[in-house]
Design a protein around this ligand. Structure first.
Ligand SMILES: NC(=O)C1=CN([C@@H]2O[C@H](COP(=O)(O)OP(=O)(O)OC[C@H]3O[C@@H](n4cnc5c(N)ncnc54)[C@H](O)[C@@H]3O)[C@@H](O)[C@H]2O)[C@@H](O)CC1
Ligand SMILES: [K+]
Length: 514
């Protein structure tokens, strides 16, 4: 699913008005009516006090349409005009007149601090103060009003975007924005919704299709995408019956050390459940019986050393004889010098795209000289701390994405930035994941993900697609697991256990979204 910039959405807005054609006031009516219907469906006529805060632009105009519709449907509505400027938009003014025809409780003007209404946590607040027209951080009494609304801790629904938040740039923490419980956004997600810094503001979100110009939406070039089920289905290759295990590749999972063998068990198992035909765990001596016991389906190659990976020539020859399709390195390896040398040797002797995780990333950060030896299109899967060691620190989430794109292009690598919405960075293209939950922030979760990515590359997916499909399925498995065992109860093993269900879910007819 494409993610458009606010400039593109405003362009789409104009084109829709010209091409449909539709008067902008009618486009506002259509858009805001759709939002009203979403609210009405949830409130079902509940007699709760609804307080709508309208700016003086078109976001405010939307708020007035919503207020009018709610009043017409018998809801208890109080409308406020947040009069932060006297330049009112044309469509705002039209709706300002219209609402006066349906109620004697005309909108109340807020012109400063002493006009702030008392709010309680039982209110249902609709935030229509600023939308895509926000062009500088909110300041003055308007900022105080935002903080006043947040302090009420009432259920808050934001229209299009939480007021005070920008769609395509980060918000400094000294600036204020509405902390929405729910955001109904027009036509497309906004990038800022998917970044960790905005988590306090956006809450849950839902896209409202307002029928913007289809041709523009289809042809507009974007570099940001939301990984929905459809994005995965169009990339996923179903199996044909005349197939044999040799067709599904051979994954070599390399890593582990004394006391950290579980990460290899999880990654190797995940690679088999993800569909690889063969899997070999390449581990220190201490891991042999562990792997053979925990995972009879996997072959095991042990290096000479006992506690850590210290491959000698003999075991490197075994690895090259294995001819693995995909090599995955880094889980549980530690950073002993012998392990670092082994890793460097593997990098130089591997041609196909690899998956590099955990300590593999930390070793690359410590020895950037090794970066040039990584096979093209390899996938790195850092969590934010590992990423910082690799690319240096960043100012904010947008700066983090910019630096990661540069790193991805410079070294021709696919980089996954793990988080609430894990991002797959492939050159200039960003793919934000739509599945997963906080229950997955648990030991071993990353090992499972690395195993799934490896299994998909072994099955001949290009690295970018392998990463996109893997993060989606990994998160989906986590969602199924959390539904069964609670978020707290999710363990990495559950992510392997529910992976098959996540794959099946791709091809199950979806009941219509409620
Ligand atoms: N995209 C679309 O096709 C549609 C958009 N509509 C609405 O139109 C909105 C955009 O409306 P506008 O462009 O009028 O702008 P907004 O309503 O978002 O903002 C109102 C005005 O506030 C001023 N402003 C910006 N930052 C400020 C600040 N920090 N302090 C004080 N004033 C500030 C700007 O001059 C802006 O025109 C969207 O968010 C959406 O809600 C809807 O009417 C439906 C159609
Ligand atoms: K808003």
């Amino acid at each position: 699913m494409k993610i458009f910039s606010s400039a593109q959405l405003q362009k789409a807005d104009q084109l829709t008005v010209e091409r449909e054609p539709i008067a902008s006031i009618d486009l506002m009516e259509r858009a805001a009516t759709t939002v009203f219907q979403e609210i009405h469906q949830r409130l079902q006529g509940a007699p709760i006090p609804i307080k709508i805060f309208c700016g003086i632009g078109n976001n405010g105009g939307d708020g007035l349409v919503i207020a009018r519709k709610l009043i017409e449907h018998g809801y208890h509505v109080t409308t406020y005009i947040v009069n932060y400027s006297d330049r009112r938009s044309k469509d705002f003014l039209i709706n300002y007149d219209r609402i006066k025809n349906v109620t004697k409780d005309w909108p109340i003007l807020i012109k400063g601090k002493n006009d702030f209404p008392t709010l309680t946590r039982n209110d249902f607040i609709v935030d229509a103060m600023f939308g895509l027209g926000l062009n500088r951080p909110v300041s003055g009494w308007t900022k105080d009003l935002i903080e006043h609304i947040n302090a009420a801790e009432a259920f808050t629904l934001s229209i299009d975007i939480p007021s005070g938040l920008f769609s395509d740039q980060a918000l400094a923490e000294e600036h204020a924005a509405i902390q929405a419980d729910f955001t109904l956004t027009f036509q497309s997600l906004k990038t800022s919704f998917l970044l960790p810094q905005s988590e306090a503001y956006v809450g849950d979100f839902q896209i409202v299709d307002i029928g913007l110009d289809r041709d523009f939406l289809q042809t507009a070039i974007v570099h940001k995408f939301f990984i929905t089920r459809e994005e995965v289905i169009k990339r996923y290759k179903p199996r044909n019956k005349f197939s044999h295990k040799g067709m599904y590749g051979h994954v070599a999972i390399i890593g582990g050390s004394l006391g950290k063998m579980g990460s290899i068990v999880l990654a190797t198992k995940a690679s088999l459940v993800g569909g690889a035909g063969l899997a070999t765990a390449f581990v220190p001596q201490c891991g042999i019986s562990i792997l053979q016991t925990a995972l009879p389906e996997a072959m095991v190659v042990a290096v000479a050393s006992h506690d850590h990976l210290k491959a000698d020539q003999k075991t490197m020859d075994v690895l090259s004889d294995l001819q693995p399709t995909t090599v995955c390195f880094g889980m549980g390896t530690g950073q002993e010098q012998a392990t670092i040398d082994t890793f460097h040797h593997i990098l130089k002797n591997t041609k196909n795209a690899m998956v590099i995780d955990a300590d593999g990333i930390n070793i690359l950060a410590a020895y950037p000289i090794m970066l040039k030896d990584i096979p093209a299109k390899s996938v790195l899967t850092p969590h934010p701390k590992e990423l910082e060691r690799l690319i240096g620190s960043w100012v904010d989430d947008f700066d983090k994405l910019k630096k990661t794109k540069e790193f991805s292009k410079l070294h021709d690598l696919v980089v996954l930035i793990k988080g609430a919405h894990t991002v797959v960075v492939d050159g200039d293209d960003l793919y934000f994941n739509s599945t997963g939950n906080p229950g997955m922030a648990t030991a071993g979760s990353g090992d499972v993900l690395a195993g799934i990515i490896s299994s998909l590359i072994a099955q001949d997916y290009i690295s970018k697609d392998a990463a996109i499909i893997a993060v989606y399925l990994h998160g989906k498995a986590g969602d199924f697991a959390a539904d069964k065992v609670s978020m707290q109860g999710v363990m990495a093993s559950h992510l392997v256990e529910y992976l098959g269900e996540a794959i099946l879910d791709l091809f199950k007819p979806q009941e219509p979204k409620t």
